[in-house]
Structure formats: structure tokens, C-alpha cells
Design a protein around this ligand. Sequence first.
Ligand SMILES: Nc1ncnc2c1ncn2[C@@H]1O[C@H](COP(=O)(O)OP(=O)(O)OP(=O)(O)O)[C@@H](O)[C@H]1O
Length: 240
Amino acid sequence: MSRAILKVENVDQRFAGLHALKRVNFELIEGEILGIIGPNGAGKSTLFNAIVGTVPPVSGAIHFKGRNIVGMPTHQIAQLGVAKTSQTVQVFDEMTALDNVAVAALLNSATVAAARSAAREELEFWGLEGHADTLAQDLPLAQRSLLELARAMMLHPQVLLVDEVMAGLNEVEVDDILDKLVRINRDRGVSLMVIEHNMRALMKISSQILALDYGAILTLGKPEEVSRHKQVIEAYLGVE
Ligand SMILES: Nc1ncnc2c1ncn2[C@@H]1O[C@H](COP(=O)(O)OP(=O)(O)OP(=O)(O)O)[C@@H](O)[C@H]1O
């Protein structure tokens, strides 16, 4: 039987006069890939920030495996198993790719040597082994996106929130990331929520898609249903 690993209940977020999330309710089923779409400013990143605790919601509950994580510090939420990538790739520019991943690996390693070894393995998974000694600032955008995913995986997440990692990438690079996301989901047991403006990409990998508009859920359903939804077409695709 499918069960929810993450349950978002009546989550509200407000910034001064702006009602950024309006009683948002949904479940992430364990093992699924849930795509998140919505126009600019719809509240997608705000939702992710609420889940990982960087900007906690003003009201509502977020249950991870039955435990309400609202109010917990981000590092504790990460330790429990919920991690996030950033919308803008956040790696340490002046460090090598290997060191970037090794720093994250230290959290779950007994020694520096063990962290470096885990980091090497992770770089290999993401196809970055040839760039281990390259400074992050010298990596092309696609490899920086992969590096951030590699860093996030060192937290051993059970739920990974992926915020627009495909922006600015070409079709081949997007397909490579999609393939890797499917593999961490299928082979490494990570449930995923993926924010993406690239609808074609999202439809390929998501079992369900959630559409946000003005902080509220427009619809949640199978990709083919959501892509036919009248308000999604109007709000997201901008068609009258
Ligand atoms: N910390 C904050 N303080 C004030 N306003 C914020 C804050 N975070 C987000 N907002 C506002 O909340 C609204 C939703 O922003 P959010 O970044 O969640 O949208 P989004 O759907 O992720 O958009 P995009 O696709 O452009 O990334 C926007 O109007 C934004 O300016």
C-alpha cells in the first residue's frame, strides 16, 4: 500500500502584505517523483523553504514520517532526511568539486578519508569523476547543477527537493539530469519533489504534478491530466 512520507497540511505563508502560500495541502507518497509547476512568483520556492525550515510557515503542519517538522532548525530537518538543492546553484566556488562534496560527506562520515572516499563515489554516480580536481567556479553550468545534486545526496536524504536544476541547460544535459533523478529515485530510494519550468522534462519523470498559482494549489494529478487542465493552461502556459 502506498503511504505518505511527507504530509503538508494547511500550510500558510505570509510576507508583509503578501499571502505567498494559502492553506496548501498535499501528500508526497513514498517512492514517488512529484513535479511542481506554476508561474513566476506562484510560491514554489516558498513551499520548499517552508518544508526544509529555512523560512518556516506562519501556520500549518508538515509531517515527515508522521512527525511535525515545522519549527525545527534546517540542520535537524536535514538530519532526519529532508534535503533541498537551491534555485541558484550553491557550491563553494573556490573549492574543487571533490572538496565540495567531501565537505557535505563529513556530516555522515567518521573520518576525513571516509568522507573523501564517499565523495569520490558520489562524483562518479553523477559523471563528475573527471572533474574531481576542478575548481567549482571553472565548471560549466550543467556540471555545477550535478555537483549540487551530488552535495545534497551526501546528506543521505529520504526526500530530496530539487529546485530548478535544469534551468539554462540544453536538451542533452536535461536528459542526463532526468536520467540521474530517476536513478536516485528508483535505485537509491529517494522520494523527490522537483520544481521545474521545463514541462516536457517534468512530464517524463513525474508520477504526479502539482500546479501552484498565487500561493494556492490549482490541481494535483497525473501529468497527462494536469497538462489538459484548463486553469493550468491559462495560468501556466499563458494561453487564453
Ligand atoms: N523571504 C521572503 N520575503 C518576502 N517575500 C518573499 C520571500 N520569499 C518569497 N517571497 C515572495 O513570495 C512570492 C512567491 O515567491 P517564490 O520564490 O516562492 O515563487 P516561485 O513560484 O518559486 O517563482 P519562480 O518560478 O520565479 O522561482 C513572490 O512574490 C516573492 O517575491
